[in-house]
Design a protein around this ligand. Structure first.
Ligand code: BES
Ligand code: MN
Ligand code: MN
Length: 456
C-alpha cells in the first residue's frame, strides 16, 4: 500500500491536468447562456466519480441545474461521510481585469489562476482524488457519499427540495465541506461558523420618464440622488446599521469568546496592503476579525441608474437601483431581516419618489461544533499534514444550505476548507495554490481515518 504522500507525489501532474480540464468548463450558474456548459460540467464530475470507483453515480435533474451524486458503501456498520461541494462558479466579469483568461487555467508563482479554482472546483475535486487514493489502496475507513451541486452561487434554489426528497439516500453521520478559507499555509484553521444572508434589490422611481437635466433639473427629485441618501443613512456615524430592530436577535459573544477569536494571527498592515487601502473601516467597538466573523453587516453590491455609457449625456433619470446584501450572524433570521429592511426602506422614502424592495435568495447563519468527533478528526488530520494544530475561526462568507442540512437531515457539518481569503473569490484573477490543493488531497484520507477511529 502506497501512503497518501507518495501517491500525491506520483500522481501530482495528473491531478493538476484533471483539475485544469474541469476549470476549462465555464459552469457559470448565474447566466443562462452557460446552461450547456453547466450540464457538461455535471457529466464531467459524474464521470470522474465513476473513474475513481464510486457506485450509483447519477446526474440528478432538478428544476434548475443538476446535482451529481455518487457513493461507496463498504460496510453499513461504519460511519458515513457525506461530501458536499459545488461545481458552479461565479460569472468571470469583468473579463478585462483578468491577467490570463478565466477559463484557461494558468500557473503563476505556484498558484492556479482560473474562475472556480478555489471556489469550489479546486476544493471539492480534492475529495474526488482523495477518494481515488482510498479506493486504489484499500484505505477507505468510512462509507462515503458525494453530493456536488450546480446552483450554490445562485442560492441553491433546488437543493432544498432534492435533500427533502432524498433523505434516505443522503443519510450520513457527518457532512464535510471544503469551500471555506484557512488562515495561512503556516497556520491552518477550521471555520466554525458561516454567516447568513438577506439579499434585496431596491428600485427608486422619480418622474415617469428620463428628463432633460437642464429643463427639469432642480424642479423634481433625482432618484439617483435620493437613493444615495437613503443608502448612506443605513449606517450611523459609528457604522452601526441604522435599521430599527436589526440587532435584536444577535447573539453577543462573551468576553472570553471574543478574546479567543482575536488570538488568531492577523497582520493588519499586510491586510491593508493586499487590499490597497490606507485605512480599514467598520463597526465601532469591534476588531476586523469580529467585523467579518461575528457581526452582521450591510453592503451595496451594485448601484446604477441614468446614463452610464461613453461620454456625457445630460439626463435626469426616471429610476435608480441598488442590490443590497446583509450578512447575518447567529440567531438572526433572514426572512425577519428582509422584512425589517423593507419596512424601514419604505418608511424613510420621501414623498417625491416611490420605492420598491424586491427580496432575492437568503440563507441562515450557522455555527458548527468544536467538540464533535468530526471536528476532532479534522483537527488531527490537519495537525498531521501541516505539523501545526489548526485553530477555530469564524468565516464571513455564507453557504446557506448548511443550515438546511442540519434542519432537514439532522446532520452537522465540518468545514474543512483549504483556500485563503486572498484567493480572489468572486473577483478577477481567482487563484488556488497548488500546494493547498495537494495538501488538501493528503489531509482528506486522514480525516476519514480519524473520523472512523474516533467514532468507535
Ligand atoms: N464558498 C463561498 C462561501 C465562503 C467563502 C465561505 C469564503 C467562507 C469563506 C460560497 O461559494 C459563496 O460564495 N457563497 C455566497 C452565498 C450564495 C448564496 C451566493 C456568498 O457568501 O456570497
Ligand atoms: Mn463556494
Ligand atoms: Mn462563491
Amino acid at each position: 500500500m502506497q501512503n497518501i504522500k507518495e501517491y500525491v507525489e506520483a500522481n501530482k501532474q495528473r491531478f493538476l491536468d484533471e483539475l485544469f480540464d474541469l476549470l476549462r468548463l465555464p459552469s457559470v450558474s448565474a447566466d443562462p447562456k452557460f446552461k450547456g456548459d453547466v450540464e457538461k460540467t455535471a457529466e464531467f464530475v459524474a464521470q470522474k466519480l465513476r473513474d475513481a470507483g464510486a457506485d450509483q453515480v447519477e446526474v440528478c435533474p432538478t428544476a434548475g441545474n443538476p446535482i451529481v451524486y455518487g457513493e461507496k458503501i463498504i460496510d453499513p456498520s461504519l460511519p458515513t461521510v457525506l461530501t458536499y461541494g459545488h461545481y458552479d462558479v461565479q460569472p468571470a466579469d469583468p473579463y478585462e481585469l483578468w491577467e490570463t483568461p478565466p477559463f484557461e487555467p494558468t500557473v503563476r508563482d505556484g498558484k492556479i489562476y482560473a474562475r472556480g479554482s478555489a471556489d469550489d472546483k479546486g476544493q471539492f475535486y480534492m475529495h474526488v482524488k482523495a477518494f481515488e487514493y482510498m479506493m486504489k489502496n484499500n484505505a477507505l475507513a468510512c462509507n462515503i457519499k458525494f453530493m456536488i451541486e450546480g446552483e450554490e452561487e445562485v442560492g441553491s434554489k433546488n437543493l432544498g427540495t432534492f435533500v427533502k426528497e432524498n433523505k434516505d439516500k443522503l443519510k450520513a453521520d457527518v457532512i464535510v465541506i471544503s469551500d471555506t478559507s484557512m488562515i495561512s499555509m503556516k497556520q491552518p484553521s477550521l471555520e466554525t461558523g458561516l454567516r447568513g444572508l438577506s439579499y434585496v434589490e431596491v428600485e427608486v422611481t422619480g418622474p415617469n420618464r428620463d428628463l432633460h437635466s437642464g429643463v427639469y433639473g432642480g424642479a423634481v427629485a433625482n432618484p439617483a440622488t435620493i437613493l444615495s441618501k437613503l443608502i448612506a443613512s443605513l449606517h450611523d456615524e459609528n457604522n452601526h446599521i441604522a435599521i430599527p430592530g436589526f440587532y435584536d436577535d444577535v447573539i453577543e459573544l462573551t468576553a472570553e469568546e471574543r478574546k479567543a477569536l482575536n488570538e488568531a494571527p492577523f497582520e493588519i498592515e499586510e491586510y491593508k496592503k493586499d487590499l490597497g487601502v490606507e485605512e480599514l473601516w467598520g463597526e465601532k467597538g469591534y476588531t476586523t476579525i469580529e467585523r467579518t466573523g461575528i457581526r452582521p453587516t450591510l453592503e451595496v453590491n451594485g448601484i446604477w441608474g441614468g446614463y452610464i455609457g461613453e461620454g456625457a449625456k445630460t439626463v435626469l433619470p426616471s429610476k435608480a437601483f441598488a442590490k443590497i446584501s446583509m450578512r447575518l450572524v447567529p440567531n438572526q433570521n433572514s426572512q425577519r431581516i428582509t422584512d425589517l429592511f423593507k419596512k424601514h426602506f419604505e418608511a424613510i422614502a420621501p414623498d417625491y419618489v416611490k420605492v420598491e424592495v424586491k427580496p432575492h435568495h437568503g440563507g441562515e447563519p450557522v455555527v458548527t461544533p468544536t467538540d464533535s468527533v468530526a471536528y476532532k478528526a479534522a483537527e488531527k488530520a490537519l495537525n498531521d499534514t501541516f505539523g501545526v494544530k489548526p485553530i477555530p475561526t469564524r468565516g464571513g462568507g455564507s453557504i446557506p444550505i448548511v443550515a438546511l442540512f442540519e434542519d432537514v437531515l439532522g446532520i452537522k457539518t465540518v468545514l474543512l476548507g483549504f483556500g485563503l481569503d486572498s484567493d480572489n473569490l468572486h473577483s478577477p484573477n481567482e487563484k488556488y495554490g497548488i500546494e493547498n490543493y495537494l495538501m488538501g488531497i493528503s489531509t482528506i484520507p486522514l480525516f476519514h481515518k480519524y473520523y472512523a477511529e474516533l467514532s468507535k
